[in-house]
Write a protein that binds this ligand. Structure first.
Ligand SMILES: [Zn+2]
Length: 454
């Protein structure tokens, strides 16, 4: 694994170095002989050629010729999928959403390590659905400037809710009086705006307040007038329907409180509103309680600090054994899995991957849970790429390997449409036409003595 990714890395770096300083044309690279899984749901194309020009995919397919002068990379035996997208994370390190304290170096380091973990695992775009604004927008600025190794960061920063509702700090009650809070939010340039609507916050927690429907509609319309999409936290069918008819663009979670009604499925068959799967967060509590040994799997070992894995396996595992919410989530996760399967049958572009977590391995757990619920591995790959891009309003740029899209892709060592676990066998990660040097990421796998710690 190391050797082949090193070889490819070497070739791409060599390709970049060989461009003479006078040449203005972007570097052209052709990856030949690869099996192309383009993210659209089309059958894998064996022996394909994918041409990258600068940051973009120029062409991809079986009958594509490598342009004269292009650097050739041999993809024989590898499988190319689009860069994977986690459409719902909360990046660790932010330390509370409403604090106005400056971001500390330790917090930024924790966030960076989590970002490195995503890249390592083949995730090239994340959407942060609620975090301390200074923290996440600061990292976003660095990512966009190319100053840090990171997946593409899309973020809402703070979230919108009713006072005593599910989110903040933008709590809206009076209209238009409280609109100035939305202006404050818009000034941070959110990629999407997240609204929290729940009567008890995703589970069996105390009752809280929701935005009334007419106010919700005004808020959504205001964001839309500023060109900003809405992703909304909902957990039951009634609230989801109200949110969709108030104008919400994407649902941040599946329906988890009950099996979906046929009426709801029919509505989704017509409206195709993207739903982010977030099965992992709920399932993770009982998994920690009952099977903490999952933390010894390779991707967890490679990307999560040894001390943190130890804490999760002991302290946190014990805590979750007594957490009744963990028990509730254990019961409801299969319901949510089945809801995702039924939604996918209603429309192949509806279900999008997201974890509501903050680690690369959690993303692969999400894929396992989708497939465990009866979805095919091939469809899970589409959810992880095209559908997640669609859920974030980025389908013009991301999510598939097609001409004109940004060159974000992953080479894996075995066919992920046959077995979703093969998506974990990451060989090479490319973001924006640039190969990610996985051996330079600030992760346990790359530290001296890493093997002893494991
Ligand atoms: Zn969330």
């Amino acid at each position: 694994m190391r050797r082949s990714s090193f070889t490819l890395a070497f070739c791409l770096i060599a390709a970049a170095l060989c461009v003479s300083p006078q040449a203005q044309a972007p570097t052209t690279i052709a990856i030949r002989g690869v099996t192309l899984i383009d993210g659209t749901g089309r059958a894998p194309v064996p022996n394909a050629t994918v041409v990258i020009e600068g940051t973009q995919i120029k062409d991809a397919g079986a009958n594509v010729q490598a342009p004269a002068g292009a650097r050739i990379i041999d993809g024989t035996g590898k499988f190319m999928i689009p860069g994977m997208i986690d459409a719902h994370i909360h990046l660790r390190g932010g330390g509370g959403r409403s604090t106005s304290q400056p971001v500390t170096p330790e917090q930024e380091r924790d966030g960076l390590r989590a970002l490195h973990g995503y890249l390592y695992c083949g995730v090239t775009t994340v959407f942060d659905a609620g975090n301390r604004s200074e923290f996440i927008m600061g990292l976003r600025a660095k990512e966009r400037a190319g100053a840090i190794a990171s997946p593409r960061i899309l973020a809402t920063g703070g979230t919108v809710a009713s006072p005593n509702g599910h989110g903040g700090p933008y709590t809206i009650e009076a209209w238009p009086g409280d609109r100035k809070l939305l202006d404050e939010h818009l000034a941070t340039k959110p990629d999407l705006a997240k609204i929290g609507q729940d009567e008890h916050g995703w589970g069996t927690r105390p009752m809280i307040d929701q935005l009334p429907d007419d106010l919700l509609e005004k808020i959504i319309r205001y964001y839309h007038q500023h060109g900003v999409r809405i992703i909304i936290h909902v957990s039951n069918e009634h609230t989801a329907v109200e949110a969709i008819y108030a104008g919400a663009d994407t649902l941040a979670h599946p329906i988890i409180q009950a099996p979906m009604s046929d009426r709801y499925v029919n509505m989704m068959r017509v409206k195709h509103v993207p739903t982010v799967s977030t099965l992992t967060i709920g399932e993770n509590y009982s998994r920690l309680a009952e099977h903490p040994e999952f933390l010894d799997q390779p991707l967890y070992r490679d990307t999560i600090e040894a001390a943190e894995r130890k804490r999760l396996k002991t302290e946190e595992s014990a805590k979750q054994k007594d957490n009744r919410w963990a028990a509730w989530m254990k019961v409801m996760t299969p319901v949510a899995q089945d809801n995702m399967k039924r939604l996918n049958e209603a429309g192949k572009d509806i279900v999008a991957t997201g974890t509501d977590q903050s680690s690369g391995p959690a993303f692969h757990r999400e894929l396992e849970l989708l497939v465990g619920g009866g979805i095919s591995p091939a469809d899970a790959i589409v959810m992880a790429t095209r559908n997640a891009a669609r859920a974030l309003g980025k389908l013009d740029e991301l999510g598939t390997i097609e001409s004109g899209k940004l060159a974000d892709f992953v080479l894996v060592k075995a066919d992920p449409t046959k077995d979703i676990n093969n998506a974990k066998l990451v060989d090479t990660v490319v973001k924006n036409g640039q190969i990610v040097d996985r051996s330079k990421l600030d992760l346990p796998v790359n530290r001296p003595g890493a093997t002893q710690q494991q």
